[in-house]
Design a protein around this ligand. Sequence first.
Ligand code: F6R
Length: 608
Amino acid sequence: MCGIVGFLGKRNASEVLVEGLSKLEYRGYDSAGVAILNHGDINVKKCKGRLRNLEEKLNVEPLEGNLGIGHTRWATHGEPSDVNSHPHCNGNETVSVVHNGIIENYLSIKEWLTSKGYEFLSDTDTEVIPNLVDYYYEGDLIDAVIKATRKMEGSYAIGVISEKEPDKIVAVRKDSPLIVGVGEDEYFIASDIPAVLNHTRNVYLLEDKEFVIMTRQGIKLVNEEKEEIKKEIYKVTWNADAAEKGGFEDFTIKEIHEQPKAVKDTMTSRIVEGEKIKLDKISLTKEHLDNIDKVYIVACGTAYHAGVVGKYVIEKLAGIPVEIDVASEFRYREPLMNDRTLLIVVSQSGETADTLAVLRDGKKKGCRVLAVTNVVGSSVSREAHDVLYTWAGPEIAVASTKAYVTQLIAMYTLALHLASLKEKLTVEDIEEIKKEMLELPKKIEKVIENKEEIQKFASKHYMERDMFFLGRGLDYAIAMEASLKLKELTYIHSEAYPGGELKHGPIALIEKGTVVISSLTQTALRDKMVSNIQEVATRGARVMAIAYEGDTEVEKSVEAVIYIPRTLDLLAPVLAIIPMQLLAYYTAVQKGLDVDKPRNLAKSVTVE
Ligand code: F6R
């Protein structure tokens, strides 16, 4: 996820662009840059770090010119660095491009262009775009951009400028957002409306493959065949603050709604039907794996909970025993790590102090370290031997939601990869799981659509003092995460127990009115879980169950059932956790709490 802007008018472009980018920092903030066209020359200023670094650079060396493009980056391909920052240019800097999205086939395009004499400086996927535009340029920028996009697979919103047509910006989107702002004698492009709201409330909301040709004479929208598109101007009536959240009340609910896309992005180019799983930053081989006799997964908080699912699925699919621990315990228990250990660390931020300490200790002791992280260029990603990035985009809300579900996807992907290295599953088995994984984004959308039932339950129970989560197998793994989410967002005391442990003590806490939440997605354990539900219901508990569509029998003993679409039991955590996230969210909203910034918590725990 990145933010792009473009400006054509009479004012200083770099000032307008930087101001626009400041409204898009929520989309990424590891580097920023602008490219300005002045007297037919493109001048680029870009640097790693927050936008203020770019501002300081521009204060020292201002850029003249009233046409340009700008970018704030959230790294996916290539770590945050000056050279990987956007805008990117072709070799002789006659074309400059800003891009949000992922060009999935960039490696093959890069090879193809290299064979034609093109050279590349960065590790990014984006750099192929200005070079493609240069390659196809035959006197008309829009033709070159259309041809370039025909070659590109994946998602993109791009802004393109060229020295050969110095009074023009060309832009287009596919599966990444892009809007056009129409001011008085000045025009804008942006990833999101807040970037233009200080200048205009008149915008075009672009659809996929609608091309923008912006000149001093005005704006023309065309399709791939260059036929003009007539579009209504959309008048923005809301304020910038709400718009940064995409119209959502807060980042938490926005990020919950972003989960289908985050899951899809994390699978992109890795899980493809009929193709082998591709993990570009993982060089772990069958030989490495044959030499490994122990696997640890170590993490904190929500990431630890994703690791619990990871343990289960790696053991089941790859047949390798896995131990899991929280980093703050693991590091002080003199763990038995050596050169026959595979250490998997999971961290959204990639900066969590305890997790990083475990990684460093593991490396010292000779372990092979594999990191699952969301932040490209983070300490964890730089120091591990292998990295599996989750592509959730920036997670702004303190309580993790979309990062967690992408960590689950990373765990499945890794388990399948290990299983195929170990030759534990047949190609058909792997294909079946991949096929079901590819269905998950749509199914998550369906679960989110069904939020009213959860809202109703939350509005009845938001004043509770305690809530309990029960589950067995993978349902217990997500019960732990659900319980953490409820604590964090609502300050309601909650505990997660394995269903089978109930009679060993916790059942003493159940009395008339106690709220119990339980999911029933593990077919082999379903009947046992139903018995546990009956045991608490008989003692007066008010139960909300999460069950597969069609499992109506469970309605008899519970106050509410939230149905989720059927999937493989192994993948069910990705769907079953969503109602529980929504329950925590709506309960917190009912209580009038600050959901994005719960008390006492920080997004990145960089101290012990
Ligand atoms: C809970 C939450 C935390 C983090 C934990 C680890 O919603 O976000 O429990 O999961 O602090 O953080 P990372 O994943 O950045 O290492």
